[in-house]
Design a protein around this ligand. Structure first.
Ligand code: NI
Length: 255
């Protein structure tokens, strides 16, 4: 079975067929999915989905692009993080790509506060790092006890090496199937099999051959196939390894 460790089924892109898509996952070979939140309402939605579907688990957090509006209610975030089916804090991190995002220092403060919540509750984190590699690395390295995954990892093989040495996992998504994926094979090469997670980031980052369409967890075999090719293992092995890796990192998940 496939474990999609990052899919946004709370997205409005699933408003017309969300239940049908989620119900179809197990029969299509997707046995588990983690749905991260991006702000408090989407985190609440993720928790509700996890309570309705046995194969869906939640992560709760405030994304760097969404942290600049109203003051963040950390007490509410903590309540959601303590729910039985919440398995991580995410997605949280730094995003310097969008020019109208909150100021960098503010993003870092919000990132750190949520890391501290994760440590207090003994939960892993799901990190979003876009064009903020050095600062993201500096922040997480301040917390040696912290466990987690760099979602859709886009840093260098050197950065991957530093994170892997500290016990981090790296997430691989649809873009590894794109022709211009230059760094991804080098990053995969330095990443041990037991630290690889597969993610869709649904409804985004759709792999080839469906690039441009809405993504969902049923497209993960294309990502698994590419990784299997790079790592020299069978697709079935890759599926089994990433399933076990997901269960190891998100240790609250029960099958
Ligand atoms: Ni995401």
């Amino acid at each position: 079975m496939i474990f999609d460790t990052h899919a946004h089924y709370d997205s409005s892109q699933f408003k017309d067929d969300r239940d049908a898509v989620l119900t179809a996952l197990p029969e299509s070979g997707v046995g588990l999915a983690v749905n991260p939140g991006c702000d408090l309402p989407s985190s609440e939605y993720a928790v509700r989905l996890s309570e309705r579907f046995p194969h869906i688990w939640a992560a709760v957090g405030v994304h760097p692009s969404d942290c600049g509006g109203e003051a963040i209610n950390y007490d509410r975030l903590r309540e959601l993080a303590e729910r039985e089916k919440t398995v991580a804090i995410g997605e949280i991190g730094l995003d310097y790509y969008w020019k109208d995002n909150p100021l960098r220092e503010f993003q870092q403060t919000v990132f750190r506060k949520q890391i501290e919540l994760a440590l207090e509750l003994d939960l892993p984190v799901i990190v979003h790092d876009r064009e903020a590699h050095q600062d993201s690395l500096n922040v997480v390295l301040d917390y040696p006890e912290l466990r987690g995954v760099f979602h859709c990892f886009s840093g260098s093989p050197e950065m991957a090496g530093i994170l892997l040495n500290r016990g981090w996992y790296l997430g691989f998504d649809g873009p590894i199937t794109y022709k211009n994926a230059a760094k991804a094979p080098e990053v995969a090469a330095v990443t041990p099999l037991d630290r690889i997670l597969v993610e869709t980031d649904a409804p985004y980052l759709t792999p080839v051959p469906f690039r441009g369409k809405r993504n969902d967890s049923r497209n993960l075999p294309y990502v698994l196939e590419k990784l299997a090719e790079w790592k020299g293992v069978s697709k079935e092995e890759m599926e089994k390894i990433t399933w076990e890796n997901g269960l190891r990192l998100f240790s609250k998940v029960r099958v």
